[in-house]
Ligand binder design. Structure first.
Ligand code: ZN
Ligand code: ZN
Ligand code: ZN
Length: 194
């Protein structure tokens, strides 16, 4: 049993935990800057946190933090310029459209899967201490306000934008970038550039 297959099993088990069918993660708090209602149309309950950004260098989702933010591809840290403002729900439930267990790393600012210890660009493994329990939407169809194309890197545990994999930078393998074996297809709710 490889580490990778263990991770896959953990993720698969998550996918089998079904609960009350409801709207996808992040469907509430449609405040300023959010484009449109979530899909499906049913109301959701979980709160959401804005301020998540796409790093154009490492291609991962990172929080918009003023603190030290080591990036696998840049000595000056993540480059969040031009990114949408992404919203991530927390305190949600696992179900067909939502996977809980994602955490914020307070060393590199990335969103990382909490089901294992993955290498952090800042040294050691991602530090999830004090993080909210974030939930990511998956298996949703295309919908206004949702961006498709996000996947889990089974090397560094981070969420990254799959179509940019060829140019991505992963802490574990900077030359080949992130990997996404057996990842769900995740969707993120986003607002305008700000
Ligand atoms: Zn970066
Ligand atoms: Zn980290
Ligand atoms: Zn990676």
């Amino acid at each position: 049993m490889t580490e990778e297959s263990t991770e896959r099993r953990q993720l698969s088990r998550r996918s089998l935990i079904t609960g009350t069918l409801k709207a996808g993660a992040g469907a509430v708090l449609l405040g300023a800057g959010v484009l449109a209602a979530a899909q499906p149309a049913a109301a959701a309950i979980a709160p959401s946190q804005q301020g998540w950004r796409y790093c154009k260098i490492c291609k991962a989702l990172v929080y918009d933090s003023p603190y030290n933010n080591p990036c696998p591809g840049s000595a000056t840290g993540h480059d969040r310029s031009g990114s949408f403002n992404y919203w991530i729900s927390y305190d949600d439930q696992d179900n067909t459209y939502s996977q809980t267990g994602w955490r914020y790393c307070n060393k590199c600012q990335a969103l990382a899967w909490g089901g294992g210890d993955y290498p952090c660009k800042a040294g050691g493994t991602h530090n999830k201490t004090g993080s909210l329990n974030y939930a990511l939407a998956h298996n949703l169809g295309a919908g206004d306000g949702w961006q498709q194309g996000w996947v889990f890197c089974n090397r560094c545990g981070e969420l990254y934008f799959k179509s940019e994999r060829a140019n991505s930078r992963c802490t574990v393998n900077a030359f080949f970038g992130h990997q996404d074996n057996e990842s769900y297809a995740y969707q993120l709710m986003f607002g305008w550039v700000d």
